[in-house]
Design a protein around this ligand. Structure first.
Ligand code: AMP
Length: 280
C-alpha cells in the first residue's frame, strides 16, 4: 500500500491504471476509520482492481460552531486498517491542495440536499458535494462506495453525479453497527458509556418501526408519532428530526412504499450529533 499527498501522483496513478485496462474503486473518508469504513474498502476491493481511499477532514462541510477542530484523527491507525481491508493507495491531500487561498468554486445540489440535514446544517452538502466532485476529478474512479448510514449524503451524491454527467458509478454499502445496534460513526468516540447507552434508543426505535411496517402499518404519520414517543423516553436525547422519506429525493412520504421508504433520525446526545436511518 502506498500513500500520496500530491495531485500529480494521483493523476499519474489514474492514467497508468486506466491505460493498463484496470478499474479504480474509490472510498472517500474523513479518517478515524471504523469497521463501517472498512466494509466500504472491502466492497471496493471485491469490485475493483485498484482501491484508492482518501482521508481528508473536509473543512467546508463543517459549520462555524461544529467540531472540525476536535474531529477525531488517527492517521497511523487508519493506514494499518486500510492495508488490512485491501486498499492499495491512500490519498492524503493537504488543505492547501484542495482549497488553495484563492479557491472560489462550489457545488450545490438544490433539491435532495434541502430537507433534513440541510435544514440544520445548511453548509454541509455544499461542502460534501464540492469535495467529492474534486476527489472524483483527481482520482478518476470507475466507481465510488458510500455508506447507507449517511443516506441523504448518498442521495445527494447520486443526484450530483446524474445532474452533472459525472462518469462514476455510485455504490451503496449497508450500515455497519456495533453488536448493541449503535450505527458505527467516528463521532461515537465522543460518547461516554452513559451517553452511548442513551444513544441506543435511536437504533431501537428504528427496529421497532421496522417491525410495525413488517406487520402492515403504512401510515407515515403513525410511524413517526410512535418513533417520537419512543425517543421521548430518553431524557438525554434531543430529537432534531424524525421523518419518513423517499430515499432518492428525500421528500416526505405520507404512505410507506415497501422497498422505497426510509425513516431518518437525527438527535443530539448532549453535545454529540448522531444520525441513523433504516430502509423499508
Ligand atoms: P466519514 O468518514 O464519516 O465521512 O464517512 C466516510 C464514508 O463512510 C461515507 O460514505 C459514510 O457513509 C461511510 N460510513 C460511515 N459510517 C458508516 C457505517 N456505520 N456503515 C457504513 N458506512 C459508513
Amino acid at each position: 500500500m502506498q500513500t500520496h499527498d500530491s495531485l500529480s501522483a494521483m493523476v499519474q496513478l489514474a492514467a497508468e491504471t486506466r491505460a493498463a485496462g484496470k478499474t479504480i474503486g474509490f472510498v472517500p473518508t474523513m479518517g478515524a476509520l471504523h469497521e463501517g469504513h472498512l466494509d466500504l474498502v472491502r466492497l471496493a476491493a471485491k469490485k475493483a482492481d485498484v482501491v484508492v481511499v482518501s482521508i481528508f477532514v473536509n473543512p467546508t462541510q463543517f459549520g462555524p460552531n461544529e467540531d472540525f477542530d476536535r474531529y477525531p484523527r488517527d492517521l497511523e491507525g487508519d493506514l494499518a486498517k486500510c492495508e488490512t481491508a485491501g486498499a492499495h493507495h491512500i490519498f492524503l491531500p493537504g488543505r492547501g491542495l484542495i482549497y488553495p487561498h484563492d479557491y472560489s468554486t462550489y457545488v450545490t445540489e438544490e433539491s435532495v440536499a434541502k430537507p433534513l440535514e440541510g435544514e440544520s446544517r445548511p453548509q454541509f452538502f455544499r461542502g460534501v458535494a464540492t469535495v467529492v466532485l474534486k476527489l472524483f476529478n483527481i482520482i478518476q474512479p470507475h466507481f465510488a462506495v458510500f455508506g447507507q448510514k449517511d443516506a441523504q449524503q448518498l442521495a445527494v451524491i447520486r443526484k450530483m453525479v446524474a445532474d452533472l454527467h459525472v462518469p462514476v458509478e455510485i455504490v451503496a454499502a449497508p450500515t455497519a453497527r456495533d453488536p448493541d445496534g449503535l450505527a458505527m460513526s467516528s463521532r461515537n468516540a465522543y460518547l461516554t458509556s452513559s451517553q452511548r447507552e442513551a444513544a441506543l434508543v435511536i437504533s431501537r426505535t428504528l427496529r421497532q418501526i421496522e417491525s410495525m411496517v413488517a406487520k402492515g402499518e403504512r401510515r407515515a404519520e403513525r410511524l413517526v408519532a410512535e418513533a417520537t414517543h419512543i425517543l421521548a423516553d430518553e431524557r438525554r436525547l434531543r430529537v432534531i428530526y424524525v421523518s419518513i422519506v423517499d430515499p432518492a429525493t428525500m421528500q416526505k412520504q405520507i404512505t410507506v412504499e415497501p422497498g422505497n421508504s426510509l425513516m431518518a433520525i437525527a438527535a443530539w446526545v448532549d453535545q454529540t450529533r448522531l444520525i441513523d436511518n433504516i430502509l423499508f
